[in-house]
Design a protein around this ligand. Sequence first.
Ligand code: ATP
Length: 234
Amino acid sequence: MLTLENVHVSYGPIRALHGVSMTIGAGEVVTLIGANGAGKSTTLRAISGLVHASSGRILFEDKDITQMSSAEIVRLGIGHSPEGRRVFANMTVRENLELGAYCRKDRAGIREDFDRAITLFPRLKERIGQNAGTLSGGEQQMLAMGRALMGRPKLLLLDEPSLGLAPFLIRDIFSIITDINKQGTTVLLVEQNAHMALGVAHKGYVLETGHIILSDSAQQLLANDDIKKAYLGE
Ligand code: ATP
């Protein structure tokens, strides 16, 4: 479904990705793990067109999306739930969710996905008329995910969905990710919580200072001694 071939990204003089290659098959949950500053968010931004690769290619369903705008990429079926709960603070939960469907016209489908989002996240249903800026951090995280789902993406990019959540909510979020995947959405998950991420993923990539240093099935990565020491705190 998605292929990155030797992708390089720089922010001015700062080189963030030095030739990242990865593949994601339709129906998979793939996780990208790595330390702070490794380039995980940049990889997601490059896929969704928020930054552009200086070299290399990104193919989605065989189309070259490397230099496409983020609006075109959303229309092709890639949704992005960014790190840091980027919700529209002065708009209500309902308005934020509706905005996630801005490029769709199928009213019945939008209604269906709205109902699905508030079923997946009952907390959002309770706060549907509340301004997003007054939600707790965890609720804003759920809203960002719900909003990305409102675009009915084929591929959902999730940046640190567990960040700042209470432990019981972290379990909820990972089980929701599994549900979303079972309902047919392919997921690329960026996480510092490598243990939980590898628990729900089929395979994983390990990113270190802009390079992929390892990729394997999630099971093999969980059993790998170097990964255990560096990322699983064992
Ligand atoms: P974290 O887990 O801390 O969020 P990350 O793996 O997602 O980290 P990125 O946010 O992709 O890492 O950052 C990769 C590198 O690019 C870092 O060195 C960071 O300082 C740099 N960087 C990211 N965004 C910018 C920007 N807008 N301008 C300049 N440098 C940036």
